[in-house]
Design a binder for this molecule. Structure first.
Ligand SMILES: [Zn+2]
Length: 195
């Protein structure tokens, strides 16, 4: 998994595996994050990097109910760089909204929403050259990778086309349009490829 994480941008989208087991350290972080977010409804964020060819997962950073501010993330990324860590991706949570909680509790339907427009735009325009991004929701884990086709394509986000979309459709439309490999998991230690 570490190789895929490091080199996703050199791998063709057709060669991404159907099933992916989440690295133990990342999965541990995901579980801690989900618990923390469930408790106080604040987002959590952590980066994943490489140091001396080993995968490094940062500690959890607490944000507000809808973000971990860019300025805070920037400071933490600077710290990582100063410590010789090359950041290659990140993980963040989204607190469940009240409606989703009610639907899940009463109808036993596990609602999830996917990445936000801000998440996806930030990822595509990432100055940190992030190759992947995890999203942890109450009922789902999502993961997107940049691929070789993403790297080679001269893509541009046309204004407003995405505003018509919502929820999980934004994630799917972005993935298709920008050649991102999309995975999801029902909170299991493995992810299945969706796109
Ligand atoms: Zn988000």
């Amino acid at each position: 998994m570490i190789d895929l994480f490091k080199n996703s941008i050199d791998i063709s989208i057709k060669d991404f595996p159907k099933k992916l087991t989440i690295n133990e350290e990342i999965f541990g972080t995901i579980q801690l994050m989900r618990q923390a977010t469930k408790k106080d409804s604040n987002e959590r964020w952590a980066y994943v990097g490489i140091k001396n060819d080993k995968l490094v997962v940062s500690k959890l950073y607490k944000g507000t109910n809808n973000q971990v501010p860019t300025s805070k993330r920037f400071t933490l990324l600077q710290e990582a760089e100063n410590n010789g860590i090359k950041v290659i991706g990140d993980i963040h949570t989204h607190p469940a909204d009240i409606l989703s909680k009610i639907v899940t509790k009463i109808l036993h339907i596990k609602v999830y929403h996917g990445f936000s427009i801000e998440d996806l735009n930030g990822f595509l325009h990432s100055e940190t050259e992030n190759k992947f991004m995890f999203l942890v929701e109450a009922n789902k884990i999502l993961l997107i990778f940049k691929t070789r086709e993403f790297k080679n394509k001269d893509w541009q986000i046309k204004s407003n086309w995405a505003n018509k979309l919502y929820g999980i459709r934004i994630t799917q439309e972005f993935s298709k349009r920008f050649h991102l490999a999309l995975y999801e998991s029902e909170n299991e230690e493995y992810l299945m490829r969706v796109l």
